[in-house]
Write a protein that binds this ligand. Sequence first.
Ligand code: URA
Length: 326
Amino acid sequence: MPDDHSKLVPLLPIPNRTVKRLCADDSAGSRVKVGHRQALIAPNPPSNSKGWGVLRYGFRIKSYFSSICSETFSMLLQDILYSQGFGTRRVCAGLIQQGRVEICESFADQAAKEYSVCTTATTEFDLDQLSLRVQGIEWKFYPKAYILLNKPTGTECSQKPSTYPSVYSLLPSPLRHRPTKSAIQGVQAVGRLDQDTTGMLLLSDDGQFIHRMSSPKKHVAKVYQVTTKHPIDPAQVAKLMAGVVLDDDPVIVKAAACVSVESHRLDLTLTEGKYHQVKRMLAAVGNRVESLHRSRIGNMNLPDDLAPGKWRWLDEADLQLLTMSS
Ligand code: URA
């Protein structure tokens, strides 16, 4: 498909949002930007294909990042609040009727953001660029949640921790209560880190994204900064690269990369995530992990400005970096 903006996607006057062509993907069709979200336009519109939605004016689209692109562009306020995890529909309607919900529909610059109270639960709002203020707290509308947490030491990745506080206690309540199709509410961690491991932890309520990031078949690289008890010698590095057998598992596991940084410091890249894998691999070569920090997933590094215990939304650029290699 030629890279000619004018021919590919007619720039239709869709109110409050722009459909902008980003690139053509031979296998899947044109990639477009719809407001701040990305979608694929079907090369030959599939009829009734699962996962494809109809954009206004007849385009058949599929979200580019599983479901970052909402196929619904406006919703009732009570449903918006419900979808974001503010409680049951009845609770959400109550919050609205009590005047506790303010809306900002679009804003060119953050400083100019203007909120107004809406007390009618059934008012319909456009989802693009929508920000809410619920009981005074700002909340940007996201159809799906993609979260990065800098996990601090002494926290468990379980919803029901046994000894240490749960990482979920570091997230605001709406993220933990977003409705999902599964039995478990809210965002889920993409894999687990041990209680004493620090660094990058992804959480999402998008099952496809969780699968894509955690499945061993997808080979998403994860870089661990390992501090060891004993000095690291070249033979240990060679063994980690060649593959080792873990205590209770006959299958050989290999590091995708292994760089000795200092006498007791190693950067180990893995593309799978077996239980205690780094610790067991180091034990298998006669060493021991003293501390472990996950610094990179896919092509994304842990941002320097995200302090331990803090979280932030992942934006489209982050999602591109994370999924590029998968
Ligand atoms: N490998 C481990 O041993 N522990 C972690 O937390 C992650 C990878």
